[in-house]
Design a protein around this ligand. Structure first.
Ligand SMILES: C[S@@+](CC[C@H](N)C(=O)[O-])C[C@H]1O[C@@H](n2cnc3c(N)ncnc32)[C@H](O)[C@@H]1O
Length: 234
């Protein structure tokens, strides 16, 4: 009789462990299959005319955005999803010769073009990284700021990328996310169908990945601008 009860207890324990373990450690499913298909072999000049065009809020307000980040000489900053390098170039001047800007993108064409532009313009503190869709490619504790402009909604594996960003940040490091507001009845139909998550969902996802929201700026209209600090543990 006792043996029978013991066996049932053991079985129950195994089932419970499975229930806890699976959501925590199971490989994340792709939440956005195909969203980056145009970027992998992107033609650089074509995308300059998309990302760096007057009328795009992030382009029109680029100086104010950079100002609000409060970058200091000597900082190490990662522009994750750097695209055509719009922000990478601006960060370069702010962190100066002692600092470093990592231009990180899954698109090799984007990264190689940013590197070529940096060489031409003598911006020696820019380093390109062609990353994977699951990792920043950065060493652990190597950056002070991770910056995502219009990129979080392009993450196919957001939980895995957030864990990688968390590991790359130094103690007290920050994560800034600028992305489209998704508001039914207000946002365009393109935003409603293209952007996966609204601001509150993003805050929840990021906080459960080991970050704490420290600022929610209203600098921008069609985009939100969130700042998080790395908590000690995930
Ligand atoms: C809409 S663009 C934004 C480019 C730039 N941040 C800007 O605002 O001009 C999104 C970029 O994110 C990149 N991307 C998508 N998933 C990524 C990932 N997991 N890691 C790094 N870059 C990624 C894409 O290749 C693309 O260049």
């Amino acid at each position: 009789m006792l043996k029978h009860v013991d066996r049932r207890g053991l079985l129950l324990g195994v089932i419970l462990m499975g229930l806890v373990w699976t959501p925590l450690y199971a490989e994340e499913a792709n939440v956005n299959p195909g969203i980056n298909q145009y970027y992998y072999d992107a033609e650089f000049e074509r995308w300059v005319s998309v990302f760096e065009r007057p009328g795009r809020e992030l382009y029109d307000k680029r100086q104010e955005i950079v100002q609000a980040l409060g970058l200091q000489p000597g900082m190490a900053v990662a522009d994750i999803g750097a695209g055509t390098g719009l922000f990478t170039r601006l960060f370069s001047g702010k962190v100066g010769v002692q600092g470093r800007v990592y231009a990180i993108d899954i698109s090799e064409n984007f990264v190689r073009s940013i590197e070529a532009m940096a060489r031409q313009q003598g911006l020696d503190n820019i380093q390109g990284i062609v990353n994977t869709d699951k990792s920043t490619g950065l060493p652990a504790s190597s950056i002070d700021l991770a910056y995502l402009a219009d990129t979080y909604h392009h993450f196919e594996y957001p939980r895995t990328m957030l864990a990688s960003i968390h590991a790359a940040l130094r103690e007290g490091g920050q994560l800034v996310i600028i992305d489209f507001r998704k508001q039914p009845g207000v946002s365009s139909s393109w935003v409603m169908s293209h952007v996966r998550a609204d601001k509150n969902t993003v805050i929840q996802e990021v906080e459960s990945a080991g970050f704490k929201l420290i600022a929610d700026s209203d600098l921008l209209e069609t985009n939100y601008f969130l700042s998080f600090i790395k908590r000690d543990t995930q």
